[in-house]
Design a protein around this ligand. Structure first.
Ligand code: NAD
Length: 366
């Protein structure tokens, strides 16, 4: 297994391999860049087929967090951790506690949050051994409602703010009344985004593989049902992918009829060149790691003890960041994903040796 010469290595500051014989814990913690602050990112648990797969995932995701936090103007760096194992079979309190002790040994250079395969209670178990976990405090959230650490409400709000900035930029509209929006995936984030849009007067089309989630959007929000094949190809103003990554690909992009793509799902571009493919078709793409930063903004402010008003004001800046990206893209003729990467690098590059965006993979957050 190559580490320093790994294609995804990209000048990581530290990569730690963690093992605990007693509990069977095997994990990798990757700290990409701490020039803006401690590296914060999710702790994922997944039954990786090989150590190489785990290393590739953690390096890719950790780097993406540097870009996401820098773009959101947070005093945080980028990091990620992966526990190798099946969360349904291999997870135990002892294993989580061992992970907590490993995080403590890193001295706060990396702070863990929940991710796929881990939950807020799991992070609380790790938190018995370390202070370096986040997103677990019960408090008043950005909207004045009780928050238990689930980032979906604030992610949905940030995505709504970003979608409005895209509509303003491309269509010149402040008022969303009558705007046609197709949402792929009406789960935790997608449904809340749908509700914000409905309350603003938008007309909605939805598709979800889970019939219950689909029905909830129809019954509560009066959404129209679309099919799996059509949802991204409808003649609407905006498509909002809020389910899966890699849905902007060779097959979907030629069929898109919307003027704007603005959705919360991570890693929407199947390959970096799909950024340019969208631009060439005249579609305005709101880069995923800019528009879905509400959750990381919220976690940062939980640690800072900020007021709900401060958190909301920070999430509102997602709109300003996107407007800056769109304006730079217009001026330079470059695609928005590339501009977002460059803007993030400006915000963390001070101590980062590499800077040639065009030669490097697109940031992928998770
Ligand atoms: P979720 O699991 O609650 O919702 C996803 C929804 O998509 C579910 O209802 C699921 O049934 C549906 N779905 C799955 N496959 C589908 C398909 N092929 N077509 C249509 N629908 C499908 O997840 P979430 O928390 O709402 O997150 C949605 C996306 O946003 C994910 O990509 C996630 O990584 C990303 N994201 C979420 C957050 C957050 O705070 N939750 C933050 C940043 C990014």
């Amino acid at each position: 297994m190559n580490v320093f010469s790994h294609p995804e290595f990209d000048f990581h500051e530290q990569v730690s391999f963690v093992c605990d014989a007693e509990t069977g814990l095997r994990a990798i913690v990757a700290i990409h860049n701490t020039s803006r602050g401690p590296a914060l990112g999710g702790c994922r648990m997944y039954p990786y087929a090989s150590d190489d797969d785990a290393l590739r995932d953690v390096l890719r995701l950790s780097r993406g967090m540097t870009y996401k936090s820098a773009l959101a103007n947070l005093d945080l760096g980028g990091g990620k951790s992966v526990i190798i194992g099946d969360p349904r079979k291999d997870k135990s309190d002892a294993l989580l506690a061992a992970m907590g002790r490993a995080l403590e040994r890193l001295g706060g250079h990396y702070i863990a949050a929940e991710d796929s395969g881990t939950s807020v209670p799991d992070l609380k178990t790790m938190g018995r051994e370390t202070r370096h976990v986040a997103g677990i405090a019960s408090r008043t959230g950005f909207d004045g409602q009780p928050s238990t650490g689930d980032p979906s409400p604030v992610t949905a709000y940030g995505t709504f703010i970003g979608l409005k900035a895209a509509v303003k930029h491309r269509l010149g509209l402040d008022d969303l009344t009558g705007l046609k929006v197709a949402i792929q995936g009406v789960g935790n984030v997608g449904f809340r985004l749908a509700r914000y849009l409905r309350e603003s007067g938008a007309e909605l089309w939805v598709y979800d593989v889970q019939p219950d989630n689909l029905r909830r959007a129809v019954d509560e929000l009066g959404a129209h049902v679309a099919s799996a094949e059509d949802i991204l190809a409808l003649p609407v103003d905006v498509i909002a992918p809020c389910a899966l990554g890699a849905v902007l690909n060779d097959r979907s992009i030629p069929a898109i009829r919307a003027a704007i793509v603005a959705g919360a799902a991570n890693n929407l571009l199947d390959r970096p060149e799909h950024d340019q493919a969208l631009q060439q078709r005249g579609i305005l793409y709101a880069p995923d790691f800019a528009i879905n930063a509400g959750g990381i903004i919220d976690v940062f402010h939980e640690r800072a003890g900020s007021s709900p008003e401060t958190i909301r004001a920070h999430v509102d800046t997602i709109g300003d960041t996107l407007t800056e990206i769109f304006e730079r893209a217009d001026r330079s003729g470059r695609p928005t994903g590339e501009i977002a990467n460059a803007l993030a690098e400006e915000r963390f590059r001070k101590h980062h040796p590499a800077s040639d965006t065009a030669q490097r993979p697109v940031a992928r957050a998770g």
